[in-house]
Design a protein. Structure first.
Length: 174
């Protein structure tokens, strides 16, 4: 199945992501277990949680193949560079749950919003915000416990901060 010899792929996140894109572009992968097996053949052993985060960060989606089955697919590099925000009910519900779990505070200054999270959660949280395509958000920059949200031109940062606080309340079921 694999064209690389075991252990030939460095155990870095970037190398793992590149290998996942290669595998998904070449093989019909129906499940995370199949993908983990293909990665293991290259000497890349990952947990299901890591693989799940990788697929989110790569914006992998399940699409129908020629036989009607669902397979993972990743858009080609560069295709998604100018993406338009595309909030969906499901992605917002997921973001609301994460806000309820991770958001400690949200403050704004002009077109910037600073979101505080527990230590170690900011990069994942920022990635989910980017993947969700929140209206008015151009992108995020994340550290260990802080996410900087950059608003699009004409969008007020205080409105975005208030939106994240509101999403946190929704995620709690209030």
């Amino acid at each position: 199945m694999s064209t690389m010899t075991p252990g030939s792929v460095p155990a870095t996140k970037a190398a793992r992501h590149a290998r996942i894109v290669q595998i998904l572009g070449r093989l019909p992968i129906h499940s995370q277990a199949e993908l983990a097996k293909a990665l293991a053949e290259d000497g890349l052993y990952v947990t299901q949680a890591t693989l799940s985060r990788d697929l989110i960060e790569l914006r992998a989606e399940k699409i129908r193949d020629e036989q009607g089955g669902l397979v993972y697919s990743v858009a080609q590099e560069g295709v998604d560079q100018g993406r338009v925000a595309r909030e969906t009910e499901a992605s917002l519900a997921r973001l609301a749950r994460l806000c309820a779990e991770m958001l400690i505070s949200a403050e704004s200054s002009g077109s910037f919003v600073v979101l505080r999270t527990p230590p170690g959660a900011a990069q994942y949280f920022g990635s989910v915000i980017d993947t969700t395509g929140v209206n008015g958000v151009m992108g995020t920059i994340a550290g260990d416990d802080t996410v900087l949200v950059i608003a699009r031109e004409g969008t007020n940062g205080s409105d975005i901060a208030a939106r994240f606080v509101s999403l946190a309340s929704e995620g709690l079921g209030e």
